[in-house]
Design a protein around this ligand. Structure first.
Ligand code: HEC
Length: 204
């Protein structure tokens, strides 16, 4: 009688035990954990935020709407790169409502322009010029927009700054839109917004 087969069997079993042990231990060490937050968040504003840096001038102008002369000086001082952009009051003089209506197509995914004032993803924009931000009936605004409305009005200048970079002008507001970067496009768009009223606001 040879003990050889038993020895071989014993060796195989020993190896199997070791393999299982290693497997078990490594599972403990490298336990897989589900991520609580996604590894990366797609920030729709990331790229435009960079673009926006070449047009920060309106933001500098905005807190000082009653002092256009001072604001213009400030604009030149703060952002010489954008100092060539005439104020919205100037740009509205040559604005093209029809072109603005075309530009507004990018808004229509979220906003209705109809006089019903219907809300979609965003609030209805009929009669938005000179409206108090965050005040359109039946729309659930972000707290950020409501707070903004306590100290602002959607006048031409405020719309101009907001539509350049919505997230920068009203941090925390929920309009997921990068902004309209070309000053001329914004002027056309604002002229179109102005036309959406039974009594359009006077031109500046
Ligand atoms: C992806 C959807 C989306 C797009 C596209 C979009 N908006 Fe908005 N917009 C919103 C939402 C949502 C709000 C409400 C923001 C809040 O409550 O914080 C809003 C708010 C606004 C407001 C403030 C209105 C108020 O009653 O205070 C204006 C003005 C506005 N948008 C204009 C525009 C214009 C003009 C465009 C196109 C150039 C545009 N939006 C594109 C979703 C959008």
């Amino acid at each position: 009688m040879s003990l050889q087969p038993n020895k071989i069997l014993g060796a195989v079993l020993a190896v199997a035990v070791v393999v299982f042990a290693v497997d078990f231990v490594s599972d403990q060490i490298f336990a897989k954990q589900d991520l609580k937050t996604p590894g990366y968040v797609i920030d729709m504003n990331a790229a435009p935020a960079v673009v926006a840096t070449d047009a920060p001038a309106p933001a500098a102008v905005e807190p000082d709407p009653n002092a256009p002369a001072a604001a213009a000086t400030q604009q030149a001082a703060v952002a010489p790169a954008a100092s060539g952009v005439p104020p919205i009051e100037e740009r509205l003089k040559t604005a093209d409502v029809t072109a603005g209506e075309k530009t507004s197509k990018v808004c229509a995914a979220c906003h209705s322009f109809a006089d019903s004032g219907a809300n979609k993803v965003g609030p209805g924009l009929w009669d938005v010029v000179n409206r108090k931000p965050g005040s359109h009936e039946g729309f659930k605004y972000s707290p950020a927009m409501v707070t903004f409305g306590e100290t602002h009005t959607w006048d031409y200048a405020t719309l101009d700054v907001y539509l350049t970079n919505p997230k920068a002008e009203v941090p925390g507001n929920k309009m997921a839109f990068a902004g309209v970067k070309k000053p001329e496009d914004r002027a056309n768009l604002i002229a179109y917004l102005r036309s959406l009223s039974a009594n359009p606001a006077p031109l500046p």
